[in-house]
Ligand binder design. Structure first.
Ligand SMILES: NC(=O)c1ccc[n+]([C@@H]2O[C@H](COP(=O)([O-])OP(=O)(O)OC[C@H]3O[C@@H](n4cnc5c(N)ncnc54)[C@H](OP(=O)(O)O)[C@@H]3O)[C@@H](O)[C@H]2O)c1
Length: 253
């Protein structure tokens, strides 16, 4: 029987690359994000390229009613979600904490922490009922260390680490696996979003070294979710070879 993955934030970067790998491997896909047009384009290309079965759900993870309604309205067979990939997330701003914008803090906290909780809360009962499922949260090296001017973003990713551990504990009796995949620098739209569309500033984040590609993380996610039932990969920290930690990068011209 075909398996089903629900991916939050499938319109770009890691989520989009992950959708392609699962489609290629014959999974059914529930793709979510705010940009409806991008979701439809991705759906059409995955259907054409891999004959994939795809449902798109257009919602903002910060809107708990929209999250619940979208999951509720899934056709019954699509409620058999085998893997939930909590990937939607973002950083906003880059400044010392005393200079940070409260609106940026709220956007990050609402998306990266509360949004992840809302989606998990909507999907968990479906997994508990079937005593089967795997929740994969996208954390970050920023969830393990704090870097200068990264304060609130890093804190949201530390929270993802805590939530991941709590989910694993509480879902243990229900036989639901919980994993975290924690990347270092990945070349996606992440920095463009962080710097409000300033492409030059965003590109400078990835200058002089080879960052990870979204595909690298997507492959790791697929690996983690295709282990036998008795194997769970709790936590995977994946870095570019040129990045030792959040702050030490080997940049070469
Ligand atoms: N890139 C990195 O260096 C890096 C490193 C470590 C961890 N991460 C984490 O990886 C995850 C994916 O990021 P990415 O690098 O792939 O960035 P990206 O290319 O900007 O993609 C982010 C995705 O999240 C979605 N998203 C953002 N806010 C949302 C909201 N309120 N509701 C629904 N969807 C939302 C976006 O979709 P819409 O805008 O269409 O809604 C988009 O599909 C994030 O959790 C990020 O923190 C990234």
């Amino acid at each position: 029987m075909k398996k089903t993955i629900l991916i939050t934030g499938a319109t770009a970067g890691i989520g989009k690359a992950t959708a392609k790998i699962y489609a290629k491997n014959g999974w059914n896909l529930i793709l979510t994000g705010r940009r409806a047009e991008r979701l439809e384009e991705l759906k059409a290309s995955l259907m054409e390229q891999y004959s994939a079965e795809v449902i798109t759900l257009n919602f903002d993870v910060r809107d708990k009613d929209a999250v619940n309604e979208a999951v509720d309205r899934l056709p019954a067979t699509w409620k058999n979600i085998d893997v939930l990939l909590n990937n939607a997330g973002l950083a906003k701003g880059f400044s010392d904490i005393q200079d940070g914008l409260v609106e940026d803090w709220e956007t990050m906290i609402d998306t990266n922490i509360k949004g992840l909780l809302y989606v998990s809360k909507a999907v968990m009962p479906l997994m508990i009922e079937r005593k089967s499922g795997h929740i994969v949260n996208i954390g970050s090296i920023a969830g393990k260390e704090v870097y200068a001017k990264g304060n609130v973003y890093c804190s949201t990713k530390h929270a993802v680490e805590g939530i991941t551990k709590a989910l694993r504990l509480d879902l243990l009796p229900h036989k639901i696996k919980v994993s975290a995949i924690c990347p270092g620098a990945v070349d996606t739209e992440f920095s463009t979003v962080r710097f409000d569309g300033d492409k030059d500033r965003a590109d400078s984040v990835y200058n002089g070294y080879q960052p990870l590609l979204a595909q690298d993380i997507a492959e790791a996610i697929y690996f983690v979710t295709s282990r036998p039932f008795h194997v769970n990969i709790n936590d995977l920290l994946i870095m570019p070879t040129a990045q030792a930690n959040t702050s030490n990068l080997l940049r070469e011209e």
